[in-house]
Design a protein around this ligand. Structure first.
Ligand code: IMP
Length: 186
């Protein structure tokens, strides 16, 4: 299936294309803006976005992706505010909030929203437990990748090759569910 990914984030586009193209789907960036409402959950943000797109882009197959980093010791912050926190205090600010604290567990979550040409909508979720580093490491990925180590690894997301990040990440898990739903059109 030909899917339009509504995002300005090139990192997300790379991860989606790497996961879906082997199954015969194509993913192209769709330069549309949709309102990201401030809501209490990623799912609510995605549902609102799908509704908005459905009213304006009927007949297209579109994907949206909303993700967040939930830090246990900060009560889940930045969570649904991850983009705002990234643009203001940045990953260094999140490290500063944690200070020297030993409790550094965190979870990345991703919700993918699919709008089908017939107006159908589906949500796919994925999460990844891990911990926040004391200093940023690695040049790959994007966003908070340099400060997050997935459980069972010593490398940050920014130190993993893209294909490896996709096998364990929140987005990779949501994408695996989406790929099963779409089936193989290759
Ligand atoms: P968004 O609202 O889904 O675009 O993402 C919220 C914030 O989390 C942005 O600052 C992103 O850069 C960041 N983010 C989203 N997904 C990831 C990821 O897979 N790794 C690291 N940071 C991410």
């Amino acid at each position: 299936m030909k899917l339009g990914l509504v995002t300005s984030n090139a990192g997300k586009l790379r991860e989606l294309a790497a996961a879906l193209e082997p199954a015969g789907h194509t993913v192209a960036q769709r330069a549309l803006e949709y309102p990201e409402v401030q809501a209490a959950s990623l799912g609510a943000v995605v549902e609102f976005g799908l509704e908005w797109l459905a009213q304006r882009h009927a007949g297209e197959a579109l994907l949206i992706d909303d993700a967040g980093l939930f830090v246990d010791a900060l009560g889940g912050f930045p969570g649904v505010y991850s983009r705002y926190a990234y643009d203001t205090i940045g990953p260094a600010g999140v490290l500063a909030l944690l200070g020297d604290g030993a409790e550094r567990s965190a979870e990345f979550r991703c919700v993918l929203g699919l709008l089908l040409p017939d107006g159908g909508r589906q949500l796919f979720r994925g999460s990844c437990r891990g911990r926040i580093t004391r200093t940023p490491r690695g040049n790959g990925g994007f966003g908070y990748d340099p400060v997050f180590v997935p459980a069972g690894d010593e490398r940050t997301f920014a130190e993993l090759p893209l294909a490896e990040k996709n096998t364990v990440s929140h987005r990779g898990r949501a994408l695996a569910a989406l790929a099963v739903y779409l089936g193989d059109s290759g």
